[in-house]
Design a protein around this ligand. Structure first.
Ligand SMILES: C[S@@+](CC[C@H](N)C(=O)[O-])C[C@H]1O[C@@H](n2cnc3c(N)ncnc32)[C@H](O)[C@@H]1O
Length: 235
């Protein structure tokens, strides 16, 4: 059996990681707005000096967006992919933020088990965790490390497989990707692979997972086709 780290990082290999910053903007309408809104929510809800846990930090978009406008926020970047984290380190370095960022390659539940973070993000991460129990454990591990009333901003794909509109959303999403300049063959290949990699749960199920695993007051703040953003607070 594959170990947890290698199976969770298999999708974000060297090729996909180096193309990520360009392709994610083609793939997700409003990717930059999602991050800017996350920053604005954080600014509204957490102290000026704060520790932020970035689960699934990828190439560092959260850290750079949040950290550029808040010089006293510090970050722990957690990600299972070495390739994504090495780009993240370069991007953080270029932004002059290295001294404010600690990096952990692996899973959130491997971090010290104490409530020390004012806020956390999990942006475009949990839909890669296919198994429901593992997804619950992922959010519980974040909750366990937040201070009481700490803020979580999460963004994920949600959809119901039985929804007759799902096929239109998927077609529109593909069209958006192609219209952003991705060649047709690559659109087909990328969708083939990502549809086999991500897991669709309905919005109600995602909200239940959050409510049953350490969070309360879950509220939506963002929607773009199948991608949604929610914020909530540690119980
Ligand atoms: C689509 S990227 C999102 C990156 C970044 N949050 C953003 O908004 O651009 C998903 C990231 O989550 C990471 N990831 C997937 N499963 C994970 C897990 N269980 N724990 C930590 N990171 C994970 C992947 O390696 C990848 O870098």
């Amino acid at each position: 059996m594959k170990d947890r780290k290698s199976s969770d990082s298999a999708y974000f290999d060297a090729a996909r990681s180096s193309a990520y910053d360009k392709k994610i903007r083609a793939s997700i309408p409003g990717y930059d707005a999602l991050h800017a809104m996350t920053r604005d929510l954080m600014q509204a809800a957490i102290p000026q000096e704060a520790k932020i846990l970035v689960a699934g930090a990828g190439t560092g978009m959260e850290i750079i967006t949040l950290g550029s406008s808040n010089s006293k926020w510090t970050f722990t970047a957690v990600d299972t992919s070495d390739d994504m984290l090495s780009i993240c380190k370069n991007n953080v370095d270029d932004a002059g933020m290295s001294r404010r960022v600690e990096v952990h390659r692996g899973h959130v539940d491997e971090l010290p088990d104490k409530q020390s973070y004012d806020a956390a993000t999990s942006i475009l991460v949990s839909h890669f965790i296919k198994d429901r129990e593992s997804r619950k454990a992922f959010f519980q591990a974040i909750a366990d490390r937040l201070l009481p009333k700490g803020l979580l901003v999460t963004a994920d794909i949600t959809a119901s497989i039985s929804d007759p509109a799902l096929e239109y959303f998927i077609k529109a999403w593909k069209t958006h990707y192609g219209n952003a300049g991705i060649p047709e063959k690559e659109v087909e290949e990328d969708f083939y692979r990502s549809m086999r990699t991500v897991s669709f749960v309905p919005e109600t199920e995602l909200c239940s997972i959050l409510l049953e695993n350490g969070f309360e007051d879950v509220r939506p703040f963002f929607r773009a086709f199948l991608f949604g953003g929610w914020f909530c607070f540690r119980k």
